[in-house]
Design a protein around this ligand. Structure first.
Ligand SMILES: O=C[C@H](O)[C@H](O)[C@H](O)COP(=O)(O)O
Length: 219
């Protein structure tokens, strides 16, 4: 039976809710995370609330009557649930298609377990077909763009301002065979806030929605 991409996202969101036990949950951003929020709302009596990785997610959580906590008031999070633009068998991810990469990386850093929820189109052998988002301080955009060209990429300025008041360069043309090294190298460019590679801290669980059902991968 063929499912639409939205049906696959919904299936994987339902599977992720099985990991919600109690306490405060870290919640990601994007269309797949939005399906997760719908499912989370159905079990909100089990949790104290959530930490959001974007203003959009915070608004959506509050709309469902889920309390949103400031990350600074939370010592640790059991789980962080979020989508990805690409993920490999090593659980390395490329994220930030929705521009929320920096807050996502910060909330994920606090969580014990990163649960990545994706439909099968996101599962790739090598990262980089999806343009790599890099959040930059506005005054540094030209400098950072020149440095990204030296790394072999073609940066394009997105018509977008992040929740942090910064800009996004989407870097095309990178074949990212060593995501850990590339993540570190780009983060060392002065003016970069962070980039959309989540490799130093990969996902712990991947829930992948396929035509044959939701597959679970653990690391
Ligand atoms: O900034 C956005 C996030 O990194 C999303 O997790 C990513 O873009 C995937 O979004 P979607 O679930 O809409 O494909």
């Amino acid at each position: 039976m063929a499912f639409t991409q939205d049906e696959l996202k919904q299936q994987v969101a339902k599977a992720a809710v099985e990991y919600v036990k109690s306490g405060i949950i870290g919640v990601g951003t994007g269309s797949t995370a939005n399906f997760f929020i719908e499912e989370l709302a159905k079990v909100k009596h089990k949790i104290d609330g959530a930490v959001a990785s974007s203003e959009a997610t915070a608004q959506r959580l509050r709309g469902h009557g889920i309390e949103v906590f400031d990350l600074n008031s939370v010592d640790n999070l059991e789980i962080y649930v979020d989508g990805a633009d690409e993920i490999t068998e090593h659980m390395h991810m490329l994220k930030g298609g929705g521009g929320a990469l920096t807050r996502e990386k910060i909330v994920a850093a606090v969580a014990k377990k990163f649960i990545c929820i994706c439909d099968a189109t996101k599962y790739v052998p090598v990262l980089g077909k999806f343009p790599l988002p890099v959040e930059v301080l506005p005054m540094a955009k030209s400098h950072v763009a020149r440095e990204l060209v030296k790394l072999g990429g073609q940066p394009q300025l997105r018509d977008f301002t992040t929740d942090n008041g910064n800009l996004i360069l989407d870097v095309h043309g990178l074949t990212i065979t060593d995501p850990v090294a590339m993540e570190a190298k780009i983060n060392q460019i002065v003016g970069v806030v962070t980039n959309g590679l989540f490799a130093a801290r990969p996902a712990n669980v991947l829930l992948l929605a396929t035509a044959e059902g939701v597959k679970t991968y653990q690391k």
